[in-house]
Design a protein around this ligand. Structure first.
Ligand code: UDP
Length: 318
């Protein structure tokens, strides 16, 4: 297949590009490098079936070659990033999704949207199934991401209904692994950087809030299964094993053999209290479920960050 991956230089996007090229597909990554990094694509740089186009997907791309699949991964995705880039985040979810849907329509390509568990907001239903409509603050600080992705889902579904585009929507839950940025502000990266630096681990709130963490390799396998399938979704992709933020802190401290102590900070506004995917649909429709447990996944991630001490040290002062 000839595949366009927006956000191809990002954490998930670059892993997706690499896996697609490895199985024989040709890939054009489009990225404006606002949160992506070219070094994520180092292994693909010279590959004949790979090309990076540095561009903003909210503008017409001028790519007139036909694609078999278009995967829209581009967006700031960590709370720190989308608070820093609020209007850009709204635009890439709205206008960016429209531009790529138009491109998919012209190519008669399969279109897959990387949506998010954030469409469930601070959920009142637990675990979250795809038929839950969510509990989202439409104008709070997180809304720039949540509502952008909710609009992205709406416009994707409308192109399917009105223009017959073959669309799929993945709702991606918290994912971690190598190539996250030490300064991205997310809990896994922040805790690992703090543990490796021997700095206090900053738990927001009392640490009893939960997330369910999926290792990147599992997630990419699920995403590719969705690209290859003919199902519209939305479909949850995530690891259903739920854990509290304070237990994650203990685990990271142990794996990094760190002497860091724990420090409590105020909980950010609208921080979801619990989050866990129900992945029944992904099991049924994609034959997919995650295999990598938190210990193995975190160990690989800690090892990756430990080999990037300069970046990790710089995160302490960022
Ligand atoms: N969190 C924390 N300390 C940090 C960063 C995050 O306790 O240094 C908490 C945050 O308040 C949230 C959870 O960890 O409850 C996950 O946050 P993250 O930013 O990774 O992603 P989210 O799932 O909220 O989008």
């Amino acid at each position: 297949m000839h595949v366009l991956v927006s956000g191809g230089a990002g954490f998930l996007g670059s892993h997706l590009c690499e896996t697609l090229v490895a199985r024989g597909d040709s890939v054009v990554a489009v990225d404006d490098l606002s949160t992506g990094r070219t070094e994520n694509l180092a292994a693909l740089n010279q590959h004949s079936r790979f090309r990076l186009v540095v561009a903003d997907v909210t503008e017409p791309l001028g790519l007139d070659e036909p694609f078999d699949a278009v995967v829209h991964m581009a967006s700031a995705a960590s709370p720190a990033d989308y608070h820093r880039l609020p209007l850009e985040t709204l635009r890439v979810g709205s206008r960016g999704t429209e531009v790529l849907l138009e491109l998919a329509q012209r190519s008669r390509a399969r279109f897959v949207l990387a949506s998010t568990s954030e469409v469930y907001g601070d959920p009142e239903v637990h675990p979250q199934r795809e038929d839950y409509w969510g509990h989202v603050n439409p104008n709070g600080p997180r809304s720039v991401y949540d509502e952008a992705k909710r609009y992205a889902e709406a416009v994707t579904a409308a192109y399917r209904r009105s223009h017959g585009v073959n669309t799929g929507i993945a709702r991606i839950f918290n994912t971690y692994g190598p190539r996250m940025r030490a300064i991205d502000g997310r809990v896994v990266t922040t805790f690992i950087a703090q543990a490796l630096n021997g700095d206090p681990i900053t738990i927001y709130g009392d640490g009893s809030q939960t997330r369910s963490f999926c290792y990147v390799d599992d997630l990419i396998r699920g995403l590719i299964a969705l690209v290859d399938a003919d199902v519209p979704g939305p479909i949850n992709l995530g690891n259903p094993t739920e854990r509290t933020v304070d237990s994650l802190a203990e685990l990271v401290i142990a794996l990094a053999r760190s002497s860091s102590r724990i420090e409590f900070h105020p909980l950010p506004q609208d921080d979801p209290t619990r989050r866990r995917p129900d992945i029944t649909l992904a099991r049924q429709q994609l034959g997919w479920e995650p295999h990598v447990g938190i210990l193995d996944g975190l160990e690989a991630t800690v090892r990756w960050f430990a080999s990037r001490r300069d970046e990790v040290r710089a995160a302490a002062t960022a």
